[in-house]
Design a protein around this ligand. Sequence first.
Ligand code: GLN
Length: 456
Amino acid sequence: DAFITAIEKANPALNAYVLQTPEHARVQAKDSDKRIAAGSARPLEGLPIGNKDLFCTRGIRTTACSNILGEFHPTYESTVGQNLWDAGAVMLGKLNNDEFAMGSSNETSAFGNVVSPWRRKGKDGKLSTDKLVPGGSSGGSSAAVAAGLCLAATATDTGGSIRQPAALTGTVGIKPTYGRCSRWGIVAFASSLDQAGPIGKTVRDAAIMLKAMASHDLKDTTSVDAPVPDYEAVLGKGVKGLRVGIPREYRVEGMSPEIQKLWDDGIAWLKSAGATIHDISLPHTKYALPAYYIVAPAECSSNLARYDGVRYGLRVNGDNLIDTYENTRHQGFGKEVRRRILIGTYVLSAGYYDAYYLKAQKVRTLIKRDFDEAWNKVDVVLTPTTPSPAFAFGEKTGDPLAMYLEDIFTVTVNMAGLPGMSVPGGLSSEGTPLGLQLIGKPFDEETLFRTAQVIE
Ligand code: GLN
């Protein structure tokens, strides 16, 4: 009840939830009360969480924050969601995100912008009235957790959408290894890159959440058939003797002094906790962003072909079938989604496929090999999560390339399928949060959790 009241009060200003489900929450909570009274509580019994609107919820509107899904009410629950409810969690509602998870600022949602609960501090020490972005695409998840409108939230990450919003809101986010969580029932953006993960207030919360979310699932053939470790059990183990890699290619030109300092602080903290620091090279880093912005739109154009005005949500009739397709897709998709579909169909078209898509796939293999090489020398990699602190609305919407640069430190992780995590590392000169990113070996989320706890 306290969370439901808090959401009612704060959500009109923040717009983190696109759908509140208080009745649903109360039914789940009553069941939790009974189980607690009977002494048979499950691991997440009664814990109120928010669910990104990319996760299908049975009988409850799911839109991916796009007009094209309209009033789509799925007949099934995502596997990750089902795992959480089976563990006793309570769903407070559906959280805002960039349309189809395409964006870095939650400014492309059909439901409007999410406002970060953070404000910049001016030179006079006063809080500015500028509204800041909560990051994206999981901006509803990060803002809700930061504002205390849920204990933790589900999120997805295709090129940084868990880690970047976590960094900009002072929360903890982990994108596990590709295959750790089932993608079944999650609205697809770029299937070879998409992964679910949690955003929480602390490293421990994120560990508890991921343990519940992850599973092998016969409904997703890319989910891995391997036991899910008890991530909470590794907390407190420290980093003595751990080899931490610092990739020199991430010291990009024009890196701001405060991001540089954040990174140096992270290095110093891990060193003083007993880790050893190693200079490493990931030579193909500079090709990751351009390759990502070929692979992700290509897969998106294919995945989004299913929205034809017949099978899901919105339908805008025309004189014939082709007109109906065109009208529906024109009215249903926002500008950024249309841009991605156009890029995607272009790079996949005959005559351009070899020059763009195939080339990008080759680059992807080289990026993965860079990391394979690095794991011979180090156990974990440390970088900043974002190139800058939270920015104001509209600051980057006019220039898609400036927005895409937000992903410069995060996309390599998705391209290589690795686990990546963002943990709060300090505050910018404006008093807003900054995040440090940890990158791990495949299926070694445990090392990320214990290292993150030292930084936290
Ligand atoms: N910002 C990136 C994009 O727009 C990543 C989004 C995501 O991870 N879902 O593609």
